[in-house]
Design a protein around this ligand. Structure first.
Ligand code: NCD
Ligand code: ZN
Length: 442
């Protein structure tokens, strides 16, 4: 007798979609066979002829705990995750205090345990003066994050020598360096120029102070530094056509990249209507950039989608563009936005599984996740490709309570989410008794 059987489904396997059933025991997939051969089980789920995807893995979320639990927290954030079909998330280190010491990492581990509904991992932060902490790090983290510009939180490395030294340490340990690449000196120059001009500073003018060249120049330099010491480099939220070209040119097994939904589904045309709500780092970009990002996803230059779920309360967004906080909540809308696109673009359900599950698991070396395959964790999401529904803010689980996609009608929504074989989200109902675990790395 198996623990769980899922029947009547189109399984999105690494090699393509097959009509078959799944057998799950002790949280792992133990068999993939035709429905007629499925065994008896404690729980039998009829997938209703829908697609079953490997649970989505989000390598870039800001759960805000510790420090800003008024904006989010692991309870609400992980509810948003399961409602959005995510079964694993990696938390960014720009919390308060930041995750930049082994002691703070241990504290964060304690704090997340028993709160998260999804499996999880942590990014560690580099600062101007924590190289000794890096030297003592063990391999049980997703990556080490480098903020080379100022963004939400207080983390910024202002000296390339520190980056170089840190890259050398990580190369020696085989750890991945994740970068937020925007050149702060350039940003400051254009920001000051704008302030001095006396012009009224609109959100659009503000976005231009962090133009494409700021991201591309920073990335170019960081790729050079990474190649010179042989560290593995992962580019967070690629947003410009210039960065796509750079990654394409230097792409090898030590260079990977992610793109966030807002850089695919929002753009400069939205800045006027959104006002200060449009503020995000890196900023929203042009149509030409968005097209280049899609090309990068289709040709394999960009490895994955990462939500950069960065919730801020309305009161933090409803300020002038300087004072407003940067970032959007994304966990609940990323999969519906992607599924919706399968109906009218080149995007396929197989590519979604690769970009949002298989590739993040590969790049971040996560054991037993990212595929529907025998022996892998039964992290699964059943999606209804034909459910058509608007994004409604009062249905969201994120504590910030708003969405940049509110009112968009999307076709394709998650129905049920399983974490290691246990049903956690069932069409609007969340089961909270089973908690997530920290992932293992190979
Ligand atoms: C992020 C946040 O709010 O923590 N904001 C954002 O605009 N993306 C920080 C970051 O990832 O840069
Ligand atoms: Zn960032």
């Amino acid at each position: 007798m198996a623990d769980l059987v899922i029947r009547n489904s189109h399984l999105v396997l690494p090699e393509g979609v097959v009509d078959a059933g799944l057998v799950v025991d002790d949280g792992r997939i133990t068999d993939i066979i035709k429905d007629s051969g499925l065994p008896q089980a404690d729980t039998i789920v009829d997938a209703g002829g829908n697609y079953v995807l490997p649970g989505l893995i989000d390598p870039h979320v800001h759960m805000r705990e510790p420090g800003a639990v008024s904006k989010e927290g692991w309870v609400t954030g992980s509810k948003a995750a399961v409602a959005g079909g995510f079964t694993t998330v990696f938390d960014m280190p720009n919390t308060q205090p930041p995750t930049s010491s082994i002691e703070e990492l241990a504290k964060k581990r304690e704090l997340v345990k028993d709160k998260s509904l999804v499996d999880y991992g942590f990014h560690f932060a580099v600062t101007q003066d924590n190289l000794d902490e890096l030297r003592n790090l063990s391999g049980d983290i997703a990556s080490v994050k480098f903020y080379v510009c100022s963004t939400v939180g207080s983390l910024i490395i202002e000296n390339d020598a520190v980056i170089y030294e840190a890259f050398k340490i990580l190369a020696g340990k085989g750890l991945l360096a994740t970068i937020h690449a925007e050149n702060q000196v350039m940003i400051d120059y254009w920001m000051n120029k704008l302030k001095d001009s006396g012009e009224e500073i609109t959100p659009l003018l503000y976005a231009r102070t962090r133009g494409n060249i700021c991201a591309a120049d920073s990335l170019n330099s960081l790729i050079y530094l990474s190649k010179s010491v042989g560290v593995k480099l992962h580019v967070a939220h690629l947003s410009t056509r210039e960065e796509v070209q750079l990654v394409r040119k230097f792409k090898d097994e030590k260079l990977s990249a992610e793109v966030s939904p807002h850089h695919l589904y929002l753009g400069l045309d939205d800045v006027n209507s959104m006002g200060s709500y449009s503020k995000v780092n890196p900023p929203l970009r042009s149509k030409a950039d968005r097209n280049a990002l899609w090309e990068g996803l289709f040709d394999g230059t960009i490895d994955m989608i990462a939500s950069d779920h960065a919730p801020h309360l309305r009161e933090s967004k409803e300020k002038d563009i300087f004072a407003a906080s940067a970032g959007f909540p994304e966990l609940e809308t990323t999969l519906p936005l992607l599924l919706n696109d399968t109906h009218n673009t080149r995007l396929t359900i197989e590519l979604i599984a690769k970009l949002a599950s298989e590739n993040p698991a590969r790049v971040f070396r996560i054991k037993n996740k990212g595929r529907i395959e025998k022996g892998y964790d039964a992290d699964l999401v059943i999606v209804d490709m034909n459910r058509e529904k608007k994004v409604l803010e009062d249905e969201l689980y994120t504590k910030c309570g708003w969405s940049p996609y509110a009112g968009r009608k999307l076709r394709g929504w998650p129905l049920k989410t399983f974490v290691r074989g246990r049903l956690v989200y069932d069409d609007g109902i969340i089961y909270e008794e089973n908690k997530g675990l920290e992932v293992s790395y190979y």
